[in-house]
Design a protein around this ligand. Structure first.
Ligand code: NFK
Length: 299
């Protein structure tokens, strides 16, 4: 249990119920989510008015596609690559809601990959994580083909959970590949599935298709990582917003502790004033706290 004083586990695991914005709305939780959907779509549209190009690639059947954003003006094929993995409890959202981070990185000369993945219940969470490994293999092949100057990964919420796979993919990650990765940014993630696998609000009618044993096996906070020495030069950044539930903040803190304890170079930070949603929305704004932080990682 991450919040010993918790009265309602559903609220702990429903980020929209922990916002302090939209308090003049009848249902702030609905308003914050509607706003997130609207704003993040606008962020994608705005990219095309700034002369940013996109190539669509496929890493598998169905929804397994990646958009690669770049600017013809200020990036070559060998530009550093930022890869973003969206959240939505493995059952909602897509790449079109997930482009807020693109503009600032492209303006700094990066290519940015924003991916879609198959959602539950079309796949089980176990199957989704296998397919995510296919994506990891694909994106490293792509980066090698482009001779990318480096790769960074960022994942939000359930996307941060998926990202932990990068650290645990023997056979895909070689020493040379790990050395290409400058940073992995875990944003407001969920790393322990033991409390949610049978929580009706998060996993209604078990649409994730997991058993208790799988919930444990699919929890990065419980993993023992091999090849930690591959990652000596990679910074792990576990960050979380202030206006999240105690459970979300504690999951991030303990995940960071687990990574650090196992030998990864790990930074943990709570972002004041943000909630689960504007911590992503504001990545579109070069001047925001979160964008300044993301820039500081590269310096
Ligand atoms: N139904 C959830 C939505 C949610 O969890 C969520 C929404 C957008 C991005 C990430 C989310 N959560 C975890 O992946 C809520 O109301 O908080």
């Amino acid at each position: 249990m991450y919040n010993p004083e918790c009265e309602d586990l559903n609220k702990e695991y429903f980020p929209s119920h922990n916002t302090v914005r939209f308090q003049d709305h009848q249902e702030p939780n609905v308003a914050v989510l509607d706003n997130f959907m609207k704003i993040t779509r606008q962020h994608r549209e705005a990219l095309f008015n700034q002369g940013i190009q996109v190539d669509q690639r496929r890493y598998g059947p169905d929804r397994q596609v990646v958009d690669i954003f770049y600017s013809l003006k200020n990036s070559t094929q060998a530009a550093p690559l930022m890869v973003f993995v969206h959240g939505g409890y493995w059952q909602m959202l897509d790449k079109n809601n997930s482009c807020s981070i693109v503009g600032p990185y492209v303006r700094r000369g990066y290519r940015v990959a924003v991916m879609d993945y198959n959602l539950c219940p079309n796949v089980t969470l176990g199957h989704l994580m296998e397919q995510f490994r296919d994506f990891i293999a694909w994106i490293f092949d792509y980066a090698e083909h482009c001779q990318s100057q480096g790769i960074s990964f960022a994942g939000h919420s359930a996307g941060a959970h998926l990202l932990a796979e990068v650290l645990k993919s023997p056979g895909i990650i070689t020493l040379a590949r790990a050395r290409m990765v400058s940073s992995i940014i875990f944003i407001s993630g969920i790393y322990d599935l033991r409390e949610i696998w049978n929580l009706e609000s998060v996993n209604p009618k078990n649409i994730l298709g997991i058993t208790h044993a799988q919930a444990e096996a699919l929890s990065p906070i419980l993993w023992e990582y091999n090849d930690v020495d591959f990652w000596t030069f990679t910074g792990m950044h576990v960050i979380v917003a202030e206006h999240e539930s105690v459970t979300f903040i504690e999951q991030s803190r303990r995940f960071a502790e687990s990574l650090r304890h196992q030998g990864f170079k790990t930074n943990f930070k709570i972002f004041k004033k943000y909630d689960h949603f504007d911590i992503i929305e504001e990545t579109s704004d070069d001047k925001s706290e979160i964008s300044q932080f993301l820039r500081s990682i590269d310096e």
